[in-house]
Design a protein around this ligand. Structure first.
Ligand code: PLP
Length: 449
């Protein structure tokens, strides 16, 4: 029984559940998808909040440029390139035997974000900076007019060393929180779920971060982290399941993307729709980015989340409306996937509710498809991603090739506009994966083609 009902009853109400339980790929369009103006009026976060987050990143930029020299080129602004991937598009058309008429196929390379090589370098780093700033303001050590370069000093490091930052993670969030916190001088404890890769734990330990390992999944690691932080008054818990800070840090991506699309002469307007495909774990990353994009492009942008077939937690939560009251394991889905960054069994309620009317849909991808996309992208564009980061890639084909996808295009009156559309595959991680491990991924993909 799940929330007082048998699995059979759940399946009767939500027929898609049967395929999800069988871990076959599905494409779900959101029946609650609403006009932007209606949807946004119910959300407690605003454009001012996102602009505030961008302003905070700017205040810290001189400091970031100094302590992370790899960010110097962008003056301490942590941002990734957006590029056109015509060869990958061709390759995918061949693989799926489906022409895909559109104006642009783009890749957002968050895999190449400075400092921690994944989308977590947005939200994770933002939340640490915000906490550091809050503390320093509270104790009168810093004011908004100061040059934040002063943070790179023994005085500040000793101050932050009195505080601890705690987080639960499947790997990449721990990496971003750990690296940023340690640099400022904080004590850091990262609670890592079973999926977390050894090399991520090694990097963290080498910079003095305490890593606690669990044999169970992400939800357990988060729960333990939360418990530990509650016991300790100087501990601050980065709550990946509920954090508004993380969400806003991710949302800033949209402001930056708008400028990049202008530079690329990619048009988004009434006759040129934009489609974005975002890999989803607990939901904060894709949710924050999609929220930011909706603020800017409103009804012109269509955001889809992508999950592994074995970890469709956001789909389960949104489709049933039960959000964090249900998890994939309740339905016998095992949450075992090669997409370690997406190996989450229970989605964020906060994200599910916030994005519930703004999200166009969610689809699932099996692990083999992730590997095939991985080697295809490497062969065609020379870009190497981790498996999680490829979940966005099949999205556009799903839109074209599934009945639900075609129905969405019809319902949104997009048929005549598809030839002018741009599609963005959000590549969420991979740049820090050790070479030997990446070779294994690549070979797996080649073997599957
Ligand atoms: C964490 C992560 C995601 C998804 O972010 P969530 O906030 O967990 O939804 C996607 N891709 C990669 C590589 C990640 O590490």
């Amino acid at each position: 029984m799940i929330l007082g009902r048998s699995i059979e009853l759940w399946q009767q109400e939500y027929p898609l559940l049967t395929q999800m339980i069988n871990t076959t790929e599905v494409f779900w369009t959101n029946p609650n998808y609403k006009d932007y103006t209606d949807a946004i009026s119910k959300i407690p976060l605003t454009e001012e909040d996102v602009l505030g987050a961008e302003a905070r990143f700017k205040r810290f930029a001189p400091y970031i440029a100094k302590v992370f020299p790899e960010t110097k080129e962008r003056d301490g602004i942590i941002e990734s390139p957006t590029i056109k991937i015509p060869r990958m598009k061709e390759q995918m058309e061949e693989m799926f035997n489906q022409k895909m008429i559109c104006e642009n196929m783009l890749l957002k390379c968050d895999s190449h974000l400075a400092i921690s090589g994944s989308i977590k370098a947005r939200g994770g780093i933002y939340e640490v900076l915000k906490h550091a700033e809050d503390l320093a303001f509270e104790f009168g050590m810093l004011s908004i007019e100061d040059d934040y370069l002063i943070l790179d000093s023994d005085k500040f490091k000793e101050f932050f060393a009195r505080y601890t930052i705690v987080v639960g993670s499947t790997g990449n969030l721990g990496l971003s929180i750990g690296i940023m916190s340690a640099k400022l001088g904080f004590k850091v404890t990262v609670h890592m779920s079973a999926e977390a890769k050894q090399w991520k734990k090694d990097i963290l330990r080498s910079i003095g971060v305490t890593v606690i390992e669990y044999l169970s999944d992400y939800s357990k690691a988060v729960e333990e982290g939360r418990k530990q932080a509650e016991k300790d008054p100087v501990s601050y818990f980065v709550d990946d399941e509920n954090s508004k800070s993380l969400f806003l840090g991710y949302a800033v991506a949209a402001l930056r993307l708008r400028e990049q699309l202008k530079d690329l002469e990619v048009v988004v307007d009434e006759t040129h729709p934009l489609f974005v495909y975002l890999p989803c774990g607990v939901g904060g990353g894709p949710g924050g980015v999609a929220f930011g994009l909706k603020l800017i492009y409103k009804n012109l942008v269509h955001c889809f989340f992508a999950e592994p077939t074995h970890s469709p937690c956001m789909l389960l939560g949104c489709m049933t409306g039960k959000h964090d009251k249900v998890c994939v394991q309740d339905f016998g889905i095992d949450n075992n996937t090669a997409a370690d960054g997406l190996a989450v069994g229970r989605a964020s309620r906060f994200v599910g509710k916030t994005m519930g009317d703004l999200l166009s849909g969610i689809y699932t991808v099996n692990d083999n498809m992730l590997y095939r996309m991985l080697s295809a992208l490497a062969d065609t564009e020379g870009i190497y991603l981790e498996p999680s980061a490829l979940a966005g890639a099949p999205g556009v084909f799903n839109l074209f090739m599934t009945e639900a996808g075609q129905q969405y295009i019809k319902d949104q009156e997009l048929n005549s506009k598809m030839q002018n559309a741009s599609h963005i595959i959000w590549a969420t991680g991979g740049n820090m994966v050790p070479k030997a491990e990446m070779n294994d991924y690549y070979r797996k993909g080649v073997g599957l083609v």
